[in-house]
Structures are given as C-alpha cells and as structure tokens.
Unconditional design. Structure first.
Length: 365
C-alpha cells in the first residue's frame, strides 16, 4: 500500500490538467493519461456507450487496441464533468482513496484501473477509470427498494471485513488527505451547516413532519442538537479508528449475483468509528418490519465477522452505538437532493427506527 501526504497531482509526470469538459475526453486523451500507469498501452478507438449524469459524471465506454490482459474493452470513466465546482473535493477524495489506500485491502468495491487528480490553487478535479459493471449478473441498489435480511447479512459482513482489515491501521494517519469523520474542523460531514436553508424548508414539509419522532417534529432544532452531541461523543471516543465508507446506503451499493455486496461512490471515505457505516446501512436497507424482527441478529452477525478478524466488541456496547448513530441517517436523508434517490422511503425507516429505539434517551433533547 502506497500512502502519501496531500499531493497536487495523482501522477506528477502528467503535464496537462485533467479536463473539466467532457468534449475533451476521447481515445487519444485516454491513452495519454493511462500511459502514466501503463506505459506503451494503446487505445486506438473509444466509443461512448452511455453517459450517466449526477454529482459526478460516469461515462461507460468501449475501447479497442488495449491488451485485454491489462485493460478490458469496457470501462467506466468517472469525473466531475457536470460543470459544478461543488463535487470537486469529493471527486478528488475518491481518487486519492483508490490510488493510495486500496492496495492490500479486502475492499468491497469495484476494481479501479487508474486514479488521478488535480488539487491545487487552480482547482480540484478527480478521475477514475473503473471496471464497467453493466452486464454483470447482479443489481445496482436503490435506497427506495429494500433488500432482504439475508442480503443485509451479506452487506454488513462486507462492511465488517472492511472495518476489521483497517482497524487501528497506522496507514490511515499516514494518509494526510484522509479526513477524520465527524471532526468539527471540517464541514464536509456537517450537511446542516452547509445546507441551512434546505433544512429550514424540508423540516416544515407536512409529509415529513408527520413521520418525525415527536421530539423532532415539535422542535426541528433538536435534531441539530442531537447531531452536535453525536459529533462530540464520537470525537471523545478513544476506541480504535478504521476506514469507513462514509455514505453506505443502498443507492451506493451493488448486489452481486452470489449474494455479496459491493459499495460504490467512495467520495466521503473517512477514518472513523464503524457505527457510521453499520447503523446507516443496517437501519436504512431493510423494511421496518424486517428491522424490528431481525436487527439484533443482524448486529450479532456483524460482530461475529469482526470477531473472526480478532476484533471483539460486546453486544451491549455495539447496540448502544447502533441506536446512537440513527441520528446520522436522519440528518443525511433530510439533506438528500439527489433526484435519483427517493428521500421519503429511507427517511421513514430512520424516523420509525428513532421512535422504536428511543434514541432521544441517548441525547439531551
């Protein structure tokens, strides 16, 4: 694993900046950047198969001329070609993750063939060249469509393996760019601070207020108070840190044909405590009825996989943290502005979980 401090470019030998305009992306350009990692590789033609717009743009391409033993004929290019500067930092963060932290990890993620970035006074831009997952025998997840308990068991096992394989790993601190989850000196996790006007609006919508826990419905500021308490609690927790995906919801996942699960969009990857991933995925990925019936068994399974890797956490401690971190789901789904991810189904799951698990008893609200 090659881990470095913050650098201005992923491949310092690259002279030209990464393009911010999709029109500049062609076979010659792709060949040029790939040669920083694969000297002599040839890309004689590139056909755009599909363009998927979002916070960042994903472009599925078919390429010819490359050695299939080195690079497949179908690839997915991902970069901030949306024209919005807001995705630049997250885009760079994901590129650094793939280039600096993936080697040797038991990572539930698609394979990345090339990662690069620009990060300097002239701007932030990241680039990933990933395997194209279309045509696989699995299914891309959507947050509105819950999975079964059995599928969730496989999902939390994948997260447990990620967490255990990076538990107290000194390489996390050595990666100077890797942010500490919930840190007060970085606003990247504090959606409320970044989107105050948005929260003021959505916290008043009748269809949302109707599902809120009473303490939140009566005073939306109390969720903000709970969030700040969660941040303070997490920063005071001296237990070991691990690598966390940071945004482990179903819409950022892919269900494999064999029942396993990969996680996509590592844009807010962090070093932190595992409950941020666990609680968000476990409570947000299954129906309310399945959660009520199976959430204790789900947590026991997660802990058993950790234990297989030598990480032992008692159930009562884990159960309290699982409950506490429901606040992350409430805040996150109140902030959702992605039109491709329906807000209300996931928000309802967390609102009902907050009531069932009486999370207000853990907070001064």
């Amino acid at each position: 694993m090659s881990v470095g401090l913050t650098t201005a470019r992923g491949h310092p030998s690259r002279e030209q900046r990464l393009p911010t305009d999709l029109a500049a992306v062609d076979a010659a350009w792709l060949q040029g950047v790939l040669r920083h990692c694969y000297p002599g590789i040839a890309i004689t033609a590139m056909e755009v198969v599909e363009i998927i717009q979002g916070h960042t743009t994903k472009v599925r391409v078919a390429v010819t001329g490359s050695d299939p033993a080195v690079l497949p004929g179908r690839l997915c290019l991902k970069s901030n070609w949306s024209g919005s500067p807001l995705s630049g930092e997250a885009n760079v963060n994901e590129a650094r993750f793939y280039k600096d932290l993936c080697e040797g990890l038991q990572l539930p993620a698609p394979h990345c063939f090339y990662a690069d970035w620009d990060d300097d006074a002239d701007g932030k831009q990241g680039l990933l060249v990933l395997e194209d997952m279309e045509g696989w025998d699995g299914k891309f997840g959507t947050s509105a469509e819950p999975i079964t308990i059995d599928q969730a068991m496989r999902g939390v096992a994948a997260l447990a393996t990620l967490h255990a394989s990076t538990w107290a790993d000194p390489r996390l601190d050595a990666a100077g760019w890797l942010q500490r989850a919930m840190a007060p000196d970085h606003a990247g996790d504090d959606y409320w601070a970044m989107m105050a006007d948005h929260y003021d609006k959505v916290n008043r919508l009748p269809e949302r207020v109707a599902m809120f826990p009473a303490w939140f419905a009566n005073d939306p500021q109390k969720l903000r108070d709970a969030w700040l308490q969660l941040c303070a609690h997490d920063m005071a927790d001296t237990s070991p840190l691990c690598l966390v995906h940071g945004d482990a919801h179903l819409g950022n996942s892919y269900g494999l044909g064999d029942g396993g699960r990969l996680f996509l969009d590592w844009q807010i990857v962090r070093k932190g405590h595992p409950w941020r991933d666990y609680s968000y995925f476990a409570a947000g990925s299954i129906t309310i009825a399945d959660r009520r019936a199976g959430e204790r068994d789900l947590l026991k399974h997660y802990l058993s996989v950790l234990a297989q890797h030598g990480i032992v956490i008692d159930f009562d401690t884990a159960w309290t943290e699982y409950r506490r971190w429901i606040v992350w789901g409430l805040v996150s789904w109140q902030s959702n502005i992605n039109p491709k991810e329906a807000t209300l189904p996931s928000l309802e799951r967390f609102c009902v979980a907050a009531k069932d698990l009486k999370i207000d008893e853990l907070y001064n609200v």
